[in-house]
Design a protein around this ligand. Structure first.
Ligand SMILES: [Zn+2]
Length: 307
């Protein structure tokens, strides 16, 4: 059943686990996410960026998720717009049937971010849609905006408290040291757990971790064995994810890991079986690889067995 993101994450917040928010832009990825959720009895958040909406169409993405939610009626699912860049974009997503929207005005001033979030909250709450906002800036690429280390900044807990109180936002993504994309940490991974705990204490709402792909060794190995190059990048280690959940994270965004796991299999088939021309010969093993990776992830997040 597609339910409000606020309801789905309210339960995770109360019970102290995290729900994976997995990005899709096609049918196979969505199927893999639902199949893993079914296997692990886990709630899920399916999400798409504005770029994915542009690629597949918002009504198409909603139709895929709605159809799968009817196929797996016992799995609670929220459909989230990832990094909405304007009030209009969020309203459009609500019209498509999304039950959660992220308004990301974290690149603007605090005051502009607050005003924009307030506006989205007012509209979304009228139709029982959950709202996510972000404070601080992550390094990396969010659709088209490139944030370099110089312009990145961590969240300020006092600002977070004021922001949540005044905006009425349902869940908040505080920047605590992660970044987007496959190339996350130059040296050793480092996340600001004390900062996270303080934000949790002051806000008392579900918190969100962006840029949380962990690039598991097996996934890395299969991608690189086909000649793929991850340039020695490191993801967020699993034990960091566990610590983040202890610190108050209830929604963990993952996109890169799904892409790498999926494309490793596509690459393998292309290399080993050069006569194959049927997309299904590529996508079937790719989908299965994503399912296997997601089942492991759901155990780490603590969402397994919560249905
Ligand atoms: Zn993000």
């Amino acid at each position: 059943m597609i339910i409000s993101g606020a309801k789905l994450l309210g339960k995770a917040h109360k019970e102290g686990y995290a729900v994976g928010a997995f990005n899709i832009n096609n049918m196979e990825m969505a199927q893999a996410i639902f199949e893993a959720a079914d296997k692990m009895s886990s709630p899920i958040i399916v999400q798409s960026s504005e770029g994915a909406v542009k690629y597949a169409g918002g009504y198409m993405i909603h139709a895929i998720v709605k159809t799968l939610s009817e196929q797996y009626p016992h799995i609670p699912v929220a459909l989230n717009l990832d990094h909405g860049t304007s009030v209009e974009s969020c309203v459009q997503a609500i019209r498509y049937g999304y039950t959660s929207v992220m308004i990301d005005a974290s690149h603007s001033t605090f005051e502009e971010n607050l005003q924009m979030t307030k506006e989205v909250v007012r509209i979304a709450h009228a139709v029982d849609v959950g709202v996510e906002a972000e404070l601080g800036r992550l390094v990396g690429i969010e659709d088209n905006i490139v944030v370099d280390a110089k312009n990145a900044s961590l969240v300020d807990p006092a600002e977070a408290e004021k922001f949540v109180k005044e905006s009425g936002v349902d869940y908040l993504a505080p920047a605590i040291g992660t970044s987007h994309g496959a190339f996350k940490f130059k040296g050793e991974p480092r996340l600001e757990f004390d900062l996270l705990k303080e934000v949790k204490q002051r806000t008392g709402i579900p918190l969100v971790l962006h840029g949380a792909s962990s690039i598991p060794d097996s996934v890395r190995a299969s991608f690189e064995s086909t000649g793929g190059d991850l340039k020695g990048s490191k993801g967020v280690p699993s034990n960091f994810l566990e610590l983040a959940i202890k610190g108050g994270i209830n929604k963990i965004n993952t996109d890169t890991d799904l892409r790498i796991a999926f494309m490793a299999e596509v690459r393998r088939v292309a290399r080993d079986e050069p006569t194959k021309i049927d997309p299904r010969d590529f996508f079937k093993p790719a989908r299965a690889a994503v399912v296997a990776m997601l089942c492991e992830r759901m155990k780490v997040l603590g969402s397994a067995g919560r249905v």
